[in-house]
Design a binder for this molecule. Structure first.
Ligand SMILES: [Ca+2]
Ligand SMILES: [Ca+2]
Length: 102
């Protein structure tokens, strides 16, 4: 692992000026958070589970975000996010710039 590479990456700096986690850290935080919300542990995130994840992230419209996030990530169109589609949902969440340090 070339650790030095990360130093040249500019992380998303939130407007409040606090130090943001690196992109990789942020993605890992989001991934962990989403997986924790697979409450029935069937390896799939349904809308209710994704909605609770957005709720925890502080989304004002967790229901809307869950709908949009699943629509974007759901490659096979079964209405739930599997662990292969999870990475797309991670990207979606990351692009919303939630404060992940809470
Ligand atoms: Ca589930
Ligand atoms: Ca799917």
């Amino acid at each position: 692992m070339a650790r030095g590479k990360f130093a040249s990456k500019v992380p998303n700096v939130p407007k409040n000026g606090m130090t943001a986690p690196t992109t990789e850290q942020a993605e890992q935080l989001i991934r962990d958070l989403l997986k924790r919300h697979d409450t029935d542990q069937n390896g799939l995130l349904d809308k209710a589970e994704v909605q609770r994840a957005f709720d925890q992230l502080g989304s004002v419209f967790p229901s809307y975000r869950a709908y949009r996030g699943i629509k974007m990530a759901d490659d096979n169109g079964d209405g739930v996010v599997d662990m292969y589609e999870l990475e797309k949902l991670v990207q979606y969440v990351k692009n919303q710039n939630y404060n992940l340090t809470n």
